[in-house]
Design a protein around this ligand. Structure first.
Ligand code: ZN
Length: 392
């Protein structure tokens, strides 16, 4: 790595000097969970922290009230550090986005302290609604990433991984319309929407033998009928479809749609299928991920590059990774195997001292990596040649 040791230690000291503020930021956001696009309090606390460190904050960018941007340095190359801060219904900060927010804010403030001597620009992006709202997609569409050369964030987990799969995803909503009749007096006169709905699940299960590795199809019935003595006129279900890449996602989407149509045919009912686009798969830029890993190692942890033994979800950072070279490393806040994202035990860990200490380490590693990227032309060349050669 080309980052001068005195620059690395200046970054580390800068993070340490706002340790108490960052811990308080993480704790406040944790104690006040806000759902997607409603993260007003988290944004205002993050804004206060940045302003108190002398940074101007542009709020409401990309037409999203809870998105924001701050800049340090001036001009290209520009590297972005991304914050998330939304919580989940029922389980609060069970994905640890409060730690992502504190880590990103700390990384930005620390990078800002050394950037004048390096050149280029570090951009902090506050990205709302990772949990199902796709704030980053709106920000991509609004051109926020057009000036950015590389982007990074970290995510809490139960192990340290430099790169991990994030699945391409979409939702399929199927609505069946049949013919109601009295289920006892005239069952022969009805056509059951519910039968078609349930047959869809059975047909999809039969197709699983043809799915490639990494595919996930899971669903539930959202409307199963109106009364026990009426042959159901309307029934509906929803599936989440995920795959390792967009091509397989499209293929499996076609299979699920075909199953719904076949089920409708069998019951002589009508079906309408609506597709809601989710997130793209994550393209991890390994040149940048490995450099992040070198900094994490020098900060005393031993990240693995990948771990195929653990499952994967989906994130709108995947969409970002198709627009600019990006990394989304995972860092442990619990002992391996103890808890995973979206569990109550993970929410507790996101509010624990271990969670905060991981966020502080992540802040140092991200600030070092961002400054390293701006300082090291060879790293930038490696990142962009890997980007140019990626599979599309
Ligand atoms: Zn998350």
């Amino acid at each position: 790595m080309s980052l001068a040791p005195e620059v690395a230690s200046a970054i580390d000291r800068a993070v340490e000097s706002c340790e108490a503020e960052l811990a308080s930021l993480a704790a406040r956001i944790h104690a006040h969970p806000e759902l997607r696009f409603e993260e007003h309090q988290a944004c205002s606390w993050l804004g206060e922290f940045l302003t108190s460190h002398g940074h101007a904050v542009e709020r409401g960018i990309a037409g999203l009230p809870t998105a924001f941007r701050a800049r340090a340095g001036r001009g290209a190359p520009r590297v972005a550090i991304l914050a998330e801060y939304d919580a989940l219904p029922g389980v609060g900060h069970a994905c640890g986005h409060n730690l992502i927010a504190a880590g990103a804010a700390g990384a930005f403030v620390a990078a800002a302290r050394v950037i004048e001597a390096i050149g280029g620009e570090v951009v902090l992006l506050g990205t709302p609604a990772e949990e199902g709202g796709g704030g980053k997609i709106s920000m991509i569409d609004a051109g926020v990433f057009a000036e950015i050369e590389a982007a990074m964030m970290f995510h809490p987990f139960d192990r340290d991984l430099l790169a991990h799969t994030a699945l391409a995803s979409l939702w399929l909503k199927c609505e069946f319309k049949g013919q109601p009749s009295h289920a006892a007096i005239a069952p022969h006169a009805g056509r059951s929407a519910l039968t078609a709905c349930l047959d869809t699940f059975r047909l999809v299960d039969g197709q699983r033998v043809h799915f490639r590795d990494g595919v996930r199809v899971h669903g539930y019935v959202t409307d199963g009928g109106q009364a026990v003595n009426i042959i159901p006129e309307r029934a509906a279900c929803e599936f989440s479809v995920r795959a390792l890449d967009g091509e397989e996602l499209g293929r499996v989407r076609g299979i699920v749609e075909r199953c719904a149509r076949a089920a409708a045919l069998a019951s002589d009912v009508e079906v309408s299928v609506t597709v809601v686009h989710g997130y793209r798969d994550m393209v991890n830029n390994m040149a940048l991920a490995r450099r992040f890993g070198a900094h994490v190692r020098s900060l005393g942890r031993q990240p693995r590059e990948r771990d195929a033994s653990i499952g994967a979800g989906s994130t709108d950072m995947g969409d970002v990774s198709h627009v600019v070279p990006a990394i989304h490393p995972w860092l442990a806040i619990v002992p391996e195997g103890e808890a995973l994202c979206h569990e109550r035990r993970f929410a507790e860990a996101a509010g624990s001292p271990a969670g905060v200490s991981t966020a502080l380490m992540a802040a140092k590693a991200m600030a070092r990596t961002a400054i390293d990227y701006l300082a090291d032309g060879d790293l930038r060349a490696a990142v962009s040649s890997e980007w140019a050669a990626r599979a599309r």
